[in-house]
Design a protein around this ligand. Structure first.
Ligand SMILES: [Zn+2]
Length: 61
């Protein structure tokens, strides 16, 4: 219960890696997994799929 490794607050561990898209060096807050693409901030938002319209069934314009 108590006395475990504390991992709240403090500086976040960042891992250096290379963006799979633009090839730029970047840092990610998680350990990059081999064989999986890692994107820098820019490319990440580029690759993130836009959310489907909120809630309802049909889109209105
Ligand atoms: Zn990138």
């Amino acid at each position: 219960m108590f006395g475990g490794p504390r991992q709240s607050m403090g500086p976040r561990q960042m891992y250096k890696t290379t963006c799979s898209d633009c090839g730029k060096e970047c840092e990610v807050p998680f350990q990059p997994t081999e064989g999986r693409p890692v994107y820098c901030d820019e490319c990440f938002s580029k690759h993130r799929k836009p959310r489907p319209s909120h809630g309802g069934g049909r889109d209105r314009y």
